[in-house]
Design a protein around this ligand. Structure first.
Ligand code: 5GP
Ligand code: MN
Length: 337
């Protein structure tokens, strides 16, 4: 059974070899919380390495420490050697090893202590020795902030740590507008600002850091790939491989795209399907009472939060669109009863 997170502090009094990892294709919360914890644990005297299961978006590269993150996909042997020597592994912003793609079997077989810090639904608690899993938290960044406070070493928070945490909480709260933006989020941000973070600059580094092709791609997709299903208060964007190739779309370029249809009056759920090389990837977002987590879990091998989730499928784009419409009908009928 997973023990309470505060029990790690005693064990971590001795300098240790620690690996921090996160979900594949890390977003600002996964990367920001991992790097903040990285700086903090290094400050505590630990030999610490961050390993990402895959590559990450260019708009995360400004984060202090991002240069030292190891990409498991492109640098597997180095990552495997470090993992095999680790005494501790901290798993951030995911709660099921399947979210780490090709790292899954390695993580499952490691005998070291495993710590979970995450805010997603339905965690795989048996897999972790210590941890904090709390779906009420806005972001993993907020949980790392709490973790640092709990350690009694908040004196180690500096501008680098504060900047990474700010990026994470800013992104996961949709710039402080989602309902997850609790008073504790604002207190935390006030604390981070006292370290001199450049909040306007950080917002710009995350959101205004793309190339022209990405904006033209969004224009194309909204004009030609958006289908609005008013009957279900839902909108769907399905992007074929040809669009990805035509606009030279790379990791991170589709971030945030799923939110656009939610700006249409009456639309309560938005779905985005992207044809990636190895699979078809779904993103779901909702306002109001549509349960994205259950929907993704039931029909698309996925999960996440109530208002934001993701899933995947090996079927074609066309098959996925068919399945989505069928699923939407069934799910809406079931939840109405
Ligand atoms: P995104 O749409 O940004 O990829 O993901 C939205 C949320 O759903 C994130 O919190 C992410 O961790 C979660 N999520 C995305 N894809 C999957 C998936 O395949 N499985 C699970 N369990 N969660 C996912
Ligand atoms: Mn998160």
């Amino acid at each position: 059974m997973m023990k309470e997170i505060q029990l790690v502090f005693d064990a971590l009094k001795i300098p240790s070899r620690i690996v921090i990892t996160m979900h594949q294709k890390p977003d600002p919360d996964a990367m920001g919380s991992s790097l903040a914890l990285y700086h903090f644990l290094k400050g505590m005297g630990h030999d610490t390495t961050v390993i990402s299961p895959t590559n990450w978006a260019d708009f995360l590269k400004w984060m202090p420490g991002a240069d030292s993150v190891i990409d498991f996909e492109s640098n597997g042997q180095v990552a495997k050697n470090i993992l095999s020597e680790a005494e501790w592994i901290f798993c951030l912003d995911f709660n099921h090893f399947s979210r780490t793609r090709h790292m899954q079997t390695i993580l499952e077989s490691l005998a070291c202590k495993k710590v979970l810090i995450d805010h997603h639904r339905e965690p795989q608690l048996d897999s972790f020795d210590f941890g904090n899993s709390d779906i009420r938290k806005s972001s993993t960044a907020e949980m790392i902030y709490d973790f640092i406070q709990l350690s009694g070493r908040s004196d180690l928070i500096n501008k680098d740590i504060a900047s990474c945490l700010y990026a994470g909480v800013m992104a996961d709260t949709g710039s402080f507008r989602f309902s997850s933006t609790s008073p504790s989020v604002h207190f935390m941000v006030a604390g981070l600002m006292s370290h001199g973070i450049e909040h306007a600059k950080i917002h710009s580094l995350v959101h205004d850091n793309f190339q022209e092709n990405r904006l033209r791609f969004i224009g194309h997709v909204l004009s030609n790939r958006l289908e609005v299903l008013y009957e279900y208060n839902t909108a769907l964007i399905a992007i074929p491989k040809a669009d990805i190739l035509r606009f030279h779309i790379k990791t991170g370029d589709t971030e945030g795209l799923v939110n656009y249809p939610l700006s249409i009056q009456g639309i309560e759920m938005a779905a985005l399907l992207i044809d990636r090389d190895e699979e078809r990837k779904w993103s779901f977002r909702s306002k109001e009472s549509f349960d994205c987590n259950t929907f993704a879990r039931t029909y698309f091998e996925g999960g996440g939060h109530y208002n934001a989730s993701g899933g995947r499928s090996s079927e074609s784009v066309e098959e996925n669109v068919k399945r989505f419409k069928m699923a939407l009908k069934e799910f809406t009928n079931n939840t109405k009863q």
